[in-house]
Unconditional design. Structure first.
Lengths: 81, 309
């Protein structure tokens, strides 16, 4: 899957479900501090990733994922592996 | 001003160890009697708890001032009995307790179904005992626990947890528990938790409760709405010596509509209505010993002298 498609899917979800403003969505944005994604929002993230990309997020794999760009990278790596 | 539960359960480590030791050599009734000597100390020295409960007595119960102290005493007594009953079952699982279950068929419908579900209770009555009565072990029960509880209590529970397929999920700052909750529900198991206390940065919603605005956590219902998981409320109320009535009701509803957050609030309000209904019948089994209502916070701060500080 192309990175552009991954970014489009993730961003659409963040805007519509988590209600994050589109302007805030850039690769350097910190998931917690800048986007305000908390642990509860992460339930939605886990569900959407499973539904759209077909794999389950493992908590230990997310420890180094701090920014939105790193999250795109993580999804891209998992989908194309 | 946001109030939240500190994460620590009432009753110190030494107190709990003493109860455990004493329980082995005495009857439960005798231990109940000991409470009559212990409670006056709580009434005198647990000023915050006493003030919170007296406000509750004034607003929720009888307006007559003479009635307040006996009522607060009854709350402490039933709270003490709650621990003794719990220790009694933990220390001697063969001891018989009688449960009258209201809406057993509703519970069975979900328990014998394939889907996981959420079981929400409150710091009312003795919710924990219910889990130990389920013998069939068809589903694993995952109670959400706070790390602040005394170690001896957690240690005691481990043995009975193993026997009854109860695997706690501990709330931790890293947020890993979200994955555990998700996996447990997706695997068709039960996640249970009290849903009446806000804790640290937990998201909440405000709704009238006994006529006054109060904050309740919203997260549990957001999870339910996201995962499309049913939610049941359960309140285990003491009705006599070793006798309990279990009120079970459905919180989730296919009729709820709107965005997930709106559905979550609808569920939350339904839970609060169910909680209030049960408490109206059993007002002395309410164990939130801190300012719970927004108005209570204002009143206790304004009238400090009146409440003994």
């Amino acid at each position: 899957m192309e990175r552009g498609k991954i970014i489009e899917t993730i961003n659409l979800f963040l805007i519509e479900e988590i209600e994050i403003e589109e302007d805030l969505l850039n690769e350097e944005a910190l998931l917690k501090e800048d986007l305000g994604i908390d642990s509860l929002d992460f339930v939605d993230v886990v569900v959407i990733v499973e539904r759209e990309f077909g794999f389950k997020i493992k908590p230990e794999e997310m420890t180094d994922v701090k920014t939105l760009g790193a999250f795109y990278d993580y999804i891209e790596k998992k989908v194309n592996s | 001003m946001k109030r939240a539960w500190s994460g620590k359960t009432q009753g110190g480590k030494w107190g709990q160890q003493f109860v455990l030791y004493y329980f082995k050599y005495g009857s439960l009734r005798l231990l109940y009697l000991v409470l009559y000597f212990v409670i006056p100390f709580y009434l005198i020295f647990d000023r915050k708890g006493y003030r919170a409960m007296r406000w509750y007595a004034q607003k929720v119960g009888n307006k007559n001032r003479k009635w307040h102290l006996p009522f607060v005493f009854r709350i402490y007594k039933s709270f003490g009995q709650l621990f003794l009953d719990r220790f009694s079952m933990l220390g001697n699982p063969k001891r018989r307790f009688h449960f009258e279950i209201i809406n057993q068929t509703l519970f069975d419908q979900f328990y014998y179904g394939e889907k996981g579900f959420l079981l929400v209770s409150a710091h009312v009555g003795n919710f924990e005992l219910f889990g130990y009565t389920i013998k069939e072990n068809l589903k694993i029960i995952h109670p959400i626990l706070f790390g602040g509880e005394a170690e001896v209590y957690q240690r005691m529970r481990k043995s009975i947890f193993t026997e009854h397929q109860i695997k706690p999920i501990i709330l931790n700052p890293t947020g890993d528990y979200i994955f555990e909750i998700h996996n447990a529900l997706q695997s068709g198991n039960i996640v249970s938790m009290p849903a009446d206390r806000t804790y640290n940065e937990i998201k909440d919603f405000t709704t009238p409760f006994f006529g006054y605005d109060a904050k309740f956590p919203i997260g549990v219902y957001q999870i339910a709405a996201t995962l499309e998981i049913p939610v049941l409320s359960i309140f285990v109320i003491k009705t006599g010596y070793k006798k309990f009535r279990v009120y079970i009701d459905q919180v989730s509803d296919n009729q709820f509509s709107g965005r997930k957050k709106e559905q979550a609030v609808q569920m939350g309000k339904k839970y609060v209505a169910q909680l209030e209904k049960v408490l109206k019948q059993h007002p002395s089994q309410w164990y939130n010993f801190f300012p719970f209502w927004d108005q209570q916070i204002k009143d206790l701060n304004i009238n400090k002298k009146k409440y003994g500080e």
